[in-house]
Design a binder for this molecule. Structure first.
Ligand code: ATP
Length: 311
């Protein structure tokens, strides 16, 4: 399998700042991949190098097996980028900007027009087609920017914080749209500050901190690597003699006026819940309430970087 994006030993410094300290990443074709990291971790620099906006200093990057420097025409034609900052020419109507963008990829106007219409419609921008970029609201600018990244129908879509500063409704609309693109087979690389977003959308995630990748895996693998979750069972009918029968579990019992509460510390709450309930029920305990607290990607993030993503 030729990876969609393969990054080897990427280093980058800006004057007195070391931005990347040897990054390795392999993104498979059709994969939905997330890059998570706090401010200044090196996400935008990594994306900038892949897309040719930032000069590569040391290491290599290939896109569908072709080197981004030797075969830059090929590699750039495969990628659509929605950058973090709004960069588009402020003084042109947005439909014109989409046609211009297609032109950069050698797509003639006649061929681009139906695609532009489709994208304007898909992003709810048809009514604003004659509006200049600078007159759009923040959310509309973001939608426009993603439409622009898709104008050449790229195989790989790279999105640098696509949902930063957008309202909940638009965030959900963008999530639906990204899922749809993923189902169509596009490779998607996304950076985000919203852990929830990575957990919901991404098949694999890398956590980057201070220019290095500190962990990588599926969101579930990363969460599991952290270990413990908690199961809390409120019940009546518990008596001390049951302790021996439950000795394979790690738990504490807290008595309450109308029964008590068992608090289990478990590695895999979904799997262990059935055993716990079955053992308690077969020993005449009456269960009133069950609560599961799982670790989240946020917990993994804090554990690996030593800080919260929005700190
Ligand atoms: P954020 O989440 O805030 O966008 P990031 O993970 O994208 O952060 P980068 O923008 O890649 O991080 O920055 C990595 C480091 O490189 C930071 O310390 C930043 O200050 C520095 N840096 C980035 N671009 C430049 C530049 N053009 N000149 C000097 N330093 C830079």
């Amino acid at each position: 399998m030729i990876p969609a994006i393969e990054i080897r030993n990427l280093h980058k410094s800006y004057e007195d700042t070391i931005a990347l300290r040897g990054i390795d990443l392999t993104i498979r074709p059709g994969e939905f991949y997330g890059l998570l990291g706090p401010n200044g971790a090196g996400k935008t620099t990594t994306i900038g190098i892949i897309t040719g906006l930032v000069r590569l200093e040391e290491g290599s990057v290939s896109v569908f097996g072709k080197d981004i420097i030797r075969d830059y025409r090929f590699t750039r034609s495969k990628i659509g980028l929605s950058p973090q900052e709004f960069t588009s020419d402020w003084f042109f109507p947005i439909d014109k900007l989409l046609i211009f963008q297609a032109g950069y990829y050698g797509i003639p106007k006649k061929e681009a027009q139906p695609r532009v219409e489709e994208l304007l419609e898909r992003f709810g921008l048809t009514e604003k087609r004659g509006t200049k970029m600078r007159q759009l609201s923040g959310g509309m600018k973001r939608r426009f920017q993603i439409a622009k990244a898709l104008v050449n129908d790229p195989d790989i879509l790279i999105l640098d914080e696509p949902t930063a500063g957008v309202d909940v409704q638009l965030r959900h609309m963008l999530w639906d749209f990204l899922r749809e693109l993923h189902q169509q087979g596009k490779t998607i690389l996304l950076t985000t500050h919203y852990i929830e977003e990575a957990e919901l959308l991404c098949e694999r995630v890398s956590i980057i901190n201070d220019g290095s990748i500190v962990s990588e895996g599926t969101p579930q693998e990363l969460i599991r690597s952290l270990g413990k979750g908690m199961i809390e069972v409120a019940l009546s009918g518990w008596d001390g003699s049951l302790e021996a029968k439950m000795s394979s579990f790690d738990f504490v019992y807290e008595p309450e006026t109308d029964g008590g509460r068992l608090i289990f510390s478990v590695d895999n709450p979904e799997r262990e819940l059935t055993n716990i309930i079955a053992t308690l029920s077969s020993n005449e305990c009456h269960i009133h309430e069950v609560k599961i607290n799982k670790a989240s990607l946020e917990d993994v993030f804090v554990a690996t970087t030593g800080r919260g993503i929005n700190d």
